[in-house]
Design a binder for this molecule. Structure first.
Ligand SMILES: [Zn+2]
Length: 293
C-alpha cells in the first residue's frame, strides 16, 4: 500500500514536471480548497462563498481519529490551492501529502488556540467550543486571504457574518450553561473537554481521546459508580460509535441516553435536513441543558 502511494506520488510529480505546473489562480478561477474535517469545511464554505471550490476529505460516518487518505485522496490534494487542516495531531497525515509538484498552501486551523494536554497527547476536539470556533474562523479567513488577496474584502464580509453567528452561539452557551444546577456530564470519549473548560463544566468520559478504543470493564464500572454516586439522570452517546458500553451504563444506573454530536462529520441525512455546524451545536446545547438541569 505504501509502495503504491509512493508510486502514484511519483507519477503526479512527473506529470507536473512535464510543464503543467500550477499557475497562480486567475481572478476568474475559483480557489480550490480542501479541508480535513467538517467544521473546517463549514467555516471555509461560509467565508469563501462562491469564490472558492471547497471539498472535505474525511467522509461522514467514519472516525476522524483513525482515518488515513487513499491514493485518490492524495491525487486530489495535489490539485489544491489551499489545504486547511486542524493540527493538534488529529490529521497530521496531511503533511505527508506535501510534494514538490503541488503549490498548495497548508494551513493549520488550530493556530492560537490554547491546547488541553494529557501527558504527551493533545486533545484535538477544539471545534466543540464556540469560543474556539471564533478563533478558527479568524484563522480560516486569514488562510483564504493568503491565497487570494484579490477577494480579501469579500472574505472579510462573509467572515464578519459568520463571526456574528458564532458569537451568538457562544453567548447562548454561556448563558444556558451558567444557569444549570449540575456541572458534570458523562460522555463516551473525550470530545467535549474544550466545551467543559470554556463553559465551567466537568466532562466524565468512559474512554480517552480516541473513539476507536474499546473500553475496559474497569473503565465502564468506574463510570457506573460515578453515575450512582452523583445521581446522574442522563448520559451521552455519539451518533458515530456503538452505544453498547453506554447502554450497559444506562441499564446499570437507570440513566437515560441522550446524544451529543462530536461533529467530526455531517451525515448525508443531516445534510439533507439542512443541518450545519451551528444547528447541531444548538442541538448539543439543548441536550446538555436537559441533562444538567
Ligand atoms: Zn473524537
Amino acid at each position: 500500500m505504501k509502495r503504491l502511494i509512493i508510486l502514484i506520488l511519483l507519477v503526479i510529480l512527473t506529470f507536473s514536471a512535464m510543464g503543467c505546473g500550477r499557475q497562480p489562480a486567475a481572478d476568474t478561477d475559483k480557489t480550490i480548497v480542501y479541508t480535513t474535517i467538517y467544521p473546517l469545511y463549514f467555516m471555509a464554505k461560509e467565508i469563501g462563498g462562491d469564490r472558492i471550490d471547497v471539498t472535505n476529505i474525511i467522509p461522514a460516518g467514519v472516525s476522524v481519529h483513525e482515518w488515513e487518505p487513499g491514493t485518490r485522496d492524495i491525487a486530489n490534494l495535489s490539485k489544491a490551492d489551499l489545504i486547511i487542516y486542524l493540527g493538534m495531531d488529529l490529521d497530521s497525515w496531511i503533511l505527508k501529502t506535501q510534494s514538490s509538484s503541488s503549490q498548495a498552501v497548508y494551513y493549520e486551523a488550530s493556530k492560537n488556540i490554547k491546547p488541553i494536554e494529557e501527558g504527551n497527547t493533545v486533545n484535538p476536539h477544539i471545534w466543540l467550543s464556540p469560543k474556539n470556533a471564533l478563533i478558527m474562523a479568524d484563522n480560516i479567513k486569514e488562510a483564504l486571504i493568503s491565497v487570494d488577496e484579490s477577494n480579501g474584502e469579500y472574505f472579510e464580509q462573509n467572515y464578519k457574518m459568520l463571526a456574528q453567528r458564532l458569537s451568538e452561539l457562544d453567548k447562548r452557551y454561556s448563558e444556558t450553561l451558567s444557569n444549570v444546577s449540575k456541572k458534570s456530564f458523562v460522555v463516551y470519549h473525550k470530545a467535549f473537554s474544550y466545551l467543559a473548560r470554556d463553559y465551567g463544566l466537568e466532562e466524565i468520559s468512559v474512554i480517552g481521546l480516541n473513539d476507536e478504543q474499546e473500553p475496559s470493564l474497569a473503565q465502564i464500572s468506574r463510570v457506573i459508580d460515578y453515575c450512582k454516586a452523583n445521581d446522574i439522570k442522563y448520559i451521552f452517546t455519539e451518533p458515530l460509535v456503538t452505544p453498547k458500553p453506554m447502554q450497559t451504563i444506562a441499564d446499570e444506573t437507570g440513566a437515560q441516553i441522550l446524544t451529543l454530536n462530536p461533529l467530526g462529520g455531517l451525515t448525508e441525512e443531516e445534510e439533507k435536513n439542512g443541518e450545519d455546524y451551528i444547528s447541531i451545536m444548538q442541538e448539543n446545547l439543548k441536550n446538555l441543558q436537559k441533562a444538567l438541569e
